[in-house]
Design a protein around this ligand. Structure first.
Ligand SMILES: Cc1cc2nc3c(=O)[nH]c(=O)nc-3n(C[C@H](O)[C@H](O)[C@H](O)COP(=O)(O)OP(=O)(O)OC[C@H]3O[C@@H](n4cnc5c(N)ncnc54)[C@H](O)[C@@H]3O)c2cc1C
Ligand SMILES: NC(=O)c1ccc[n+]([C@@H]2O[C@H](COP(=O)([O-])OP(=O)(O)OC[C@H]3O[C@@H](n4cnc5c(N)ncnc54)[C@H](O)[C@@H]3O)[C@@H](O)[C@H]2O)c1
Length: 474
């Protein structure tokens, strides 16, 4: 006999977006049902951000040992124990997991149901033997790896982000198909951990970022030994006698790449299957169609995070959660914007961006923009730490309003916090030039870029004659 629950809010998916909605709504004393069919914490905790960053951290340790002699310290060749790397990655997940756990959410007053959810009609969701009729529903079901229909792929063992972190042995000769953030982060981390990595990218690696900045990262990753093949089409995959063989096609002809392990990182597909969205009148194509208020075509239902398409990041899912909470609980206007959303890819050096890139600014503002650059090599701290491969690129309008900032370089993701604030608050180069930055820090690089806006002013004859005139007064 099906039981019926009538909470104020029903959230489908206990990942980055769904958990944020459930936690915030319950904090305001609102009744919430949260439905999760897999692991609490979703992709980010279990198969995404957290394990990838933990693996990257292991890679960094190995690279620090390799680079130590440049600093007068000799440490020998790093020895990597993959089982222990695996254990480190999973201990990080386990340490964070209680924050996302069923127990924590139940303690917050949320009713958690561990089943697959589907819509029965426009007002009802079914999960196991429970029917949920809520005032509002939030679909936060995330996305899954998209594996393209490459001939032979179904007959060859391959990893995606859902399985790569289960490995307890070296991937050996690792072939990565796809040179986006997942592909490049994983390629470099594995190379640093002693694997021999080849990335096959159909178009341009790190293609969503400014090419001038992406090139700095790609050069560094190549320098560490990763082979990156761009504009290369995968034609076929097969199991050869001594490994997996990937047949490729480039402008110069065909080639074969042999490896021991294959990772497919060719983008994502929204998790809409099995939700019976049609029964609820919710339209979707590659993702759920949402208005700029994140409302679906069913007014009772919102969609947030990866399943709503657009930028696919944990902080975006969290931002979406805040917007729908405003709308559902306070009926306040909540418009989904993207101009102020930063992102960072955690290769070394990192690659981060907020607001316009040069290309998008030219499209939107034509020639009425200014590009300010400052290289990491001209920063004292970057020299001391030997982290000189990097560049900040700031895009302003003619009056100095900051339209966007891109950084390739050490800790670009951390630095991006300040620029995300600057862009979201509509700051100008004057605001940045006017604050005092502690010396020696790499963040000073941004201040130098902003100050360079005034360089042409220092050369103006009128300004120089005013300075000369004022000198006469002692
Ligand atoms: C390898 C990798 C690295 C990443 N690194 C970063 C990073 O460094 N920084 C960053 O910001 N982002 C990163 N991301 C992206 C980030 O993980 C996602 O953008 C984020 O998890 C999206 O949150 P979400 O709530 O939309 O979906 P998810 O976190 O995936 O949660 C969706 C949940 O819904 C559940 N679900 C699905 N269907 C149903 C159903 N029918 N019934 C019940 N439950 C259901 C799923 O099981 C899942 O738990 C990374 C992603 C990957 C794959
Ligand atoms: N640091 C971070 O914030 C971070 C890290 C990893 C992932 N993510 C999120 O996860 C999303 C998914 O990452 P992703 O790297 O899988 O996707 P992506 O779409 O960003 O990149 C996929 C790449 O694969 C290439 N590709 C597609 N089909 C191919 C084929 N048949 N052969 C060769 N190349 C092919 C594409 O040209 C593209 O460059 C990202 O867009 C991002 O939002 C974020």
């Amino acid at each position: 006999m099906a039981k019926t629950l009538t909470p104020d809010i029903c959230v489908i998916g206990a990942g980055s977006g769904g958990l944020s909605v459930a936690a915030a709504a319950s904090a305001f004393g609102v009744s919430v049902v949260l439905i999760e069919k897999g692991e609490m914490g979703g992709d980010c905790l279990n198969y995404g951000c957290i394990p990838s960053k933990a693996l990257i951290a292991s890679g960094k340790q190995a690279q620090t040992i390799r680079d130590a002699s440049k600093f007068g310290v000799t440490a020998g060749k790093p020895k990597v124990n993959f089982k222990k790397v695996h254990d480190h990655v999973h201990s990080v997940i386990e340490t964070i997991a209680p924050m996302d756990s069923q127990e924590r959410f139940e303690a917050l007053g949320v009713t958690v149901i561990r089943e697959a959810a589907r819509f029965k009609d426009k007002k009802t969701v079914v999960a196991g033997d429970t029917e949920i009729k809520a005032r509002r529903f939030v679909v936060a079901t995330g996305s899954s790896p998209f594996v393209p229909p490459i001939p032979g792929i179904d007959k060859v063992p391959h990893h995606t982000n859902e399985t790569i972190f289960t490995r307890t042995e070296s991937a050996g000769r690792l072939i990565v198909i796809g040179g986006g953030p997942i592909g490049m982060e994983m390629a470099q981390a594995h190379q640093r951990l002693g694997c021999d990595v080849t990335v096959i990218e159909g178009d341009r690696a790190l293609g969503k970022d400014d090419p001038e900045l992406a090139a700095i990262v790609l050069d560094k990753v190549r320098e560490e030994g990763v082979t990156i093949l761009e504009k290369t089409k995968v034609v076929k995959v097969e199991q050869g006698k001594s490994g997996i063989v990937v047949h490729v096609e480039t402008a110069d002809g065909t080639d074969k790449i042999e490896g021991d392990t294959l990772l497919v990182a060719t983008g994502r597909k929204a998790n809409v299957a099995g939700l019976d969205l049609e029964k609820a009148g919710i339209e979707y194509d590659r993702s759920i169609k949402v208005s700029n208020k994140l409302r679906t075509t069913n007014k009772k239902v919102y969609a947030i995070g990866d399943v709503a398409g657009g930028l696919q990041f944990t902080h975006v899912a969290g931002y979406h959660a805040g917007l729908v909470i405003r709308a559902m609980l306070f009926r306040l206007p909540a418009k989904n914007k993207t101009e102020h959303i930063p992102w960072s890819t955690y290769t070394v050096p990192e690659l981060a961006n907020v607001g316009h890139t040069e290309a998008s600014a030219r499209k939107a503002h034509g020639e009425k923009i200014q590009i300010l650059r400052w290289p990491f090599a001209e920063n004292d701290r970057a020299q001391a730490d030997k982290k000189t491969a990097g560049l900040i690129k700031m895009i302003t309008d003619k009056k100095g309003k900051i339209l966007g900032v891109g950084i390739a370089g050490e800790s670009a993701g951390e630095m991006m916090n300040m620029w995300a604030l600057a862009v979201s608050k509509g700051m100008t180069v004057k605001d940045i030039a006017g604050y005092v930055s502690p010396y020696p820090t790499m963040t000073e690089i941004g201040k130098r870029a902003a100050t360079s806006y005034y360089t042409p002013t220092t050369r103006k004859p009128l300004v120089r004659s005013v300075v000369n005139f004022l000198r006469m007064f002692g």
